[in-house]
Write a protein that binds this ligand. Structure first.
Ligand code: NAD
Length: 340
């Protein structure tokens, strides 16, 4: 039996708690939130509660691992204490506010031979995995661009902007699908509710292959959209997480250069295009609960000493991209090289 402690019982923490609690090889020994009122959320589970996270991150207890779901700004100090105490760590995304801090955590984890996994939950989503298979198999042809939209009316955060809160998911998905990490980014944002926090962000991430991945992230939109369009030169695909049991549509559509070139006055020549407008396939995707898959994967990795799919390197690359995109927003959307 692995002994776990958990810190952060706000909006997201209780979801993690339930999934770890249900694992037959995990014993949740203690939970923590600095706000005593949060204890009320999990009273029916009868797990000891504390408001002091150092009780959980202490080397003196016999916990094997810690689950951390506090706001971003509180991540680094608690994560560092947990790793220094020799605890494996599951940390919510994004790992920390700077890539330098993530690197420091990675180094501690490596030196102490500990697992550090980040909660990039969409890598455990059956639809997202299905899209990866389509991209990897060449079904869509060469990928030309990817466009994502992640919007909703709230929840409004005051500890992170929409880029850090929402686009972290999309960057983790893009990197996973393309087996790569972006080298450059441009971004623009609008502070509409709070003068210092961007509620609406539009960002573009550029990959060596020439692919640009764009994302619109906003918590000031009338409806909840979780959608990504992948355009290949053979087929196109839309992943829609709000579409229930049919999250994927594959469009047998493309536009190609025709063999002929048309002579246009004043120019040398202009390409003709031929449009293929074929059928739409809605594949059957065996759905699973992504959060459960993610949480149980962490346990498997501890039991079998395996590297998690969303490991610390994955988390580091996402934070480096977020940091650069934030810099671009602060510099009039200037293109910023992403440093790793
Ligand atoms: N994977 C996902 O889909 C997903 C969804 C939502 C949130 N998240 C992530 O989960 C984390 C938490 O988000 P949330 O929406 O639950 O935030 P929240 O603000 O609702 O809850 C955070 C909780 O942490 C507690 N806390 C803050 N500092 C603390 C400290 N030093 N010690 C103990 N407790 C402390 C707060 O009292 C609060 O109850 C964030 O990193 C966020 O990005 C992930």
């Amino acid at each position: 039996m692995l002994k776990f402690g958990m810190i952060g019982l706000g909006h997201w923490g209780p979801n993690l708690f339930r999934n770890f609690y249900e694992h037959p090889e995990v014993s949740l020994e203690i939970i923590c939130d600095r706000d005593p009122a949060k204890q009320g959320k999990l009273t029916r589970y009868d797990v000891p509660f504390t408001t002091d996270s150092t009780e959980i991150t202490s080397a003196d207890n016999d916990l094997d691992a810690i689950i951390l779901a506090t706001p971003l700004k509180a991540h680094f100090a608690i994560a560092k204490a947990a790793l220094e105490a020799g605890k494996h760590l599951f940390i919510e995304k994004p790992i920390a506010p700077t890539a330098a801090e993530v690197k420091e955590l990675m180094e501690i984890a490596q030196a102490k031979n500990l697992h550090l996994m980040v909660g990039h939950v969409f890598l455990y989503n059956a639809g997202i995995r299905y899209v990866k298979e389509q991209i990897d198999s060449g079904e869509l042809g060469n990928i030309l661009f990817i466009h994502g939209q992640r919007t909703n009316l709230g929840p409004v955060r005051n500890d992170a902007n929409a880029l850090w809160d929402l686009a972290a998911h999309d960057i983790s998905i893009f990197n996973y699908w393309l087996n790569d990490r972006p080298y450059e980014t441009t971004a623009t944002g609008s502070c509409l509710l709070n003068p210092e926090i961007e509620d609406v962000v539009s960002a573009s991430f550029h990959y060596k292959s020439g692919i640009k991945c764009n994302i619109l992230a906003s918590w000031l939109h009338p409806n909840k959209v979780r959608q990504i369009t992948v355009v290949g030169d053979k087929k196109m695909l839309v992943w829609d997480d709000m579409a229930g049991g049919e999250p994927i549509k594959i469009f047998n559509k493309s536009i190609k250069h025709a063999d002929t070139k048309e002579q246009v006055e004043g120019t040398i020549s202009e390409f003709n295009f031929s449009i293929q407008d074929g059928q739409v396939l809605i594949p059957r995707v065996k759905m699973c609960e992504p959060l459960k898959t993610e949480c149980w994967h962490f346990v498997d990795c501890l039991l079998e000493n395996r590297t998690p799919l969303s490991d610390s390197l994955n988390g580091y690359e996402v934070v480096a991209a977020l940091e650069a995109a934030n810099k671009s927003m602060e510099n009039n959307s200037q293109a910023i090289a992403i440093e790793y």
